[in-house]
Write a protein that binds this ligand. Structure first.
Ligand SMILES: N[C@@H](CCC(=O)N[C@@H](CS)C(=O)NCC(=O)O)C(=O)O
Length: 210
């Protein structure tokens, strides 16, 4: 399998962190990572559009020429392919709660934060959009409070003491904010402490560039 990625972009980083976490737990995935340089526009080159008509990454390519083009589909396919020590929790309800948390963090925090970075200091050079930035900024505290509340019981990681896909999602968004030199964490000491703890993990150190 080949995984098309670029460092710092949130969705590829989420999958790269996931693969690094699973490998640290003992999985041998044998995935070749191939860089698509989005700063040079390579995601819109014909060979990449043949993999993903939307010109986005990550993409997971199979030996038979088929592709997965959504980061979470890639992650959950790898969870199914390598079930031992996966990140899904030990029973169906725990798995559902972990997936729910990941979705909330992605949809209410990571995605808006990505749009915010582009609105204030886009690494891709997009035009600043102060109106859009202000709208997003107004909604972020509620999402940050949700994460802060999760962490208030002293857990090391978002779903407890074991790493979950939600950790990969949140860290990929916070790295993108660092890349864009944006700090939206405000007065959320639990999230800042989680960020320091997560970044010290060997999987994170192997993947994160910012
Ligand atoms: N929903 C998709 C989103 C993929 C996506 O938007 N990737 C961004 C990087 S984070 C990208 O390739 N952007 C390049 C572009 O849109 O030109 C997923 O989760 O994989």
């Amino acid at each position: 399998m080949k995984l098309y990625v670029v460092p710092a972009a949130p969705n590829p980083t989420k999958v790269m962190l996931y693969v690094a976490e699973r490998e640290a737990l003992g999985a041998t995935m044998n995935i070749e990572q191939v860089r698509v340089n989005t700063l040079k526009g390579e995601q819109n080159a014909p060979e990449h559009l043949a993999r993903n008509p939307f010109g986005a990454i990550p993409v997971l390519e199979f030996e038979d020429g088929r592709y997965l083009i959504e980061s979470l589909s890639i992650i959950y396919h790898l969870e199914a392919l390598f079930p031992e020590d996966n990140l899904q929790g030990t029973d169906l309800l725990e798995a559902a709660l972990m997936r729910d948390m990941e979705r909330v963090i992605e949809l209410r925090l990571a995605n808006p934060l990505g749009r915010y970075v582009h609105a204030v200091n886009s690494p891709l050079g997009l035009k600043p959009d102060p109106e859009e930035a202000a709208k997003i900024e107004a909604g972020l505290p509620r999402a940050l409070d949700y994460v802060e509340t999760l962490l208030a019981d002293g857990r090391d990681l978002l779903a407890g003491h074991r790493v979950s896909v939600a950790d990969c999602t949140l860290q990929s968004a916070l790295q993108f904010a660092r890349f864009g030199k944006v700090d939206v964490l405000g007065d959320h000491p639990g999230i800042r402490a989680w960020d320091d703890r997560y970044r010290a993990r060997s999987a994170a150190q192997a993947v994160l560039k910012f």
